[in-house]
Design a protein around this ligand. Structure first.
Ligand SMILES: C[C@](O)(C(=O)O)[C@H](CC(=O)O)C(=O)O
Ligand SMILES: [Mg+2]
Length: 308
């Protein structure tokens, strides 16, 4: 009730242990705290907090307009209602290396299990769009170094994302650069690597081969990567898979069709079977738990007053 009873440091330790187990952790993107509760209820291993979703939620494009405070607050709202570890997209870290250290601390304070910092220039853009640019190696490594030095809980996961693959039109050159950068980011202290915009399973396998730390696969729709199955990704040694924007896309698709139905049919009667029921919603947010808590307090107060 009210929030997860598992403190953040325990979620982080559990996340580290799960990563060490070698099984693939499936982390769909929660578009709000309620959807994080659904992700937990369905038996997933973690929750992802996407920058693309966070900005879209505010009606903004994903071009680095959101602030650290907005991201930390929303990520914290999501992390606190689930027992699962939550990993947040911290874009380019919100500034220079010193800012990155502060970003890590605020995100730690918000109860997250980890974050990822990418090597794009500011203003960043969606990793699956063309025309991205990355910072030089030294700047990329400094961001990660600062993140690692900034954290207080050693189990807080600092993941480095590299967007370099998509900045080179020749795929062989792109992969060579991605492998090189992934290795150096890991050497700089990154606990995990997020190789962005991999085009094939072979490319994921090549990154897997190059580094000893866990790697993440981004199964975002309408992007550069084919949508591989969890089995395929596990087979090439991927440790975490995110479906960052998928729940938002599904929900918005349903919302759009619902609005069109009101216009066309004058009511939503035909859509009711597709809706989450009131009972299911109440179950997810543990309505019953709040009622009995409230009742307990009410009863306690009455007897207390009578005795005094
Ligand atoms: C993972 C990602 O960084 C995100 O913000 O969720 C995006 C997802 C997307 O825009 O589809 C990305 O850059 O891949
Ligand atoms: Mg993002």
């Amino acid at each position: 009730m009210l929030q997860s009873t598992i403190p953040p440091h325990e979620k982080r330790a559990a996340f580290r242990a799960a990563l060490a187990s070698g099984t693939l952790l499936r982390m769909p993107g929660a578009f709000n705290p309620l959807s994080a509760q659904l992700i937990q209820d369905k038996g997933f291993e973690g929750v992802y907090v996407s920058g693309a979703v966070l900005s879209a939620d505010l009606g903004l494009p994903d071009i680095g307009l959101t602030t650290l405070s907005e991201v930390a607050q929303r990520a914290g709202q999501i992390a606190r209602v689930t027992d699962l570890p939550a990993l947040v997209d911290a874009d380019t870290g919100f500034g220079e290396p010193m800012n990155v250290a502060r970003t890590v601390q605020l995100i730690e304070d918000a109860g997250l299990a980890g974050l990822h910092i990418e090597d794009q220039v500011n203003p960043k853009r969606c990793g699956h769009l063309d025309g991205k640019e990355v910072v030089d190696e030294n700047t990329a490594l400094k961001r990660i170094r600062a993140a690692v030095l900034g954290r207080r809980d050693p189990n807080f996961l600092v993941m480095a994302r590299t967007d370099i693959r998509g900045t080179l039109s020749d795929s062989t050159q792109g992969m060579r650069a991605a492998i090189d950068r992934a290795k150096k980011l890991a050497d700089a202290g990154a606990d995990a690597i997020f190789p962005e915009a991999m085009a094939s399973l072979e490319e994921f396998a090549a990154i897997r081969e190059a580094v000893d730390v866990p790697i993440l696969a981004n199964m975002t729709e309408f992007g550069k990567s084919e949508l591989f199955t969890t089995r395929q990704l596990a087979d090439v040694g991927v440790n975490i898979v995110i479906f960052p924007v998928s729940l938002l896309r599904l929900a918005m698709g349903a919302a759009e069709r619902g609005l069109e139905t009101i216009l066309a049919e004058g009511s939503l009667t035909s859509k009711v079977p597709e809706m989450q029921t009131r009972a299911r919603l109440y179950e997810l947010i543990d309505y019953a738990g709040y009622s009995s808590f409230d009742e307990g307090i009410f009863t306690f107060d009455l007897s207390h007053n009578r005795d005094s």
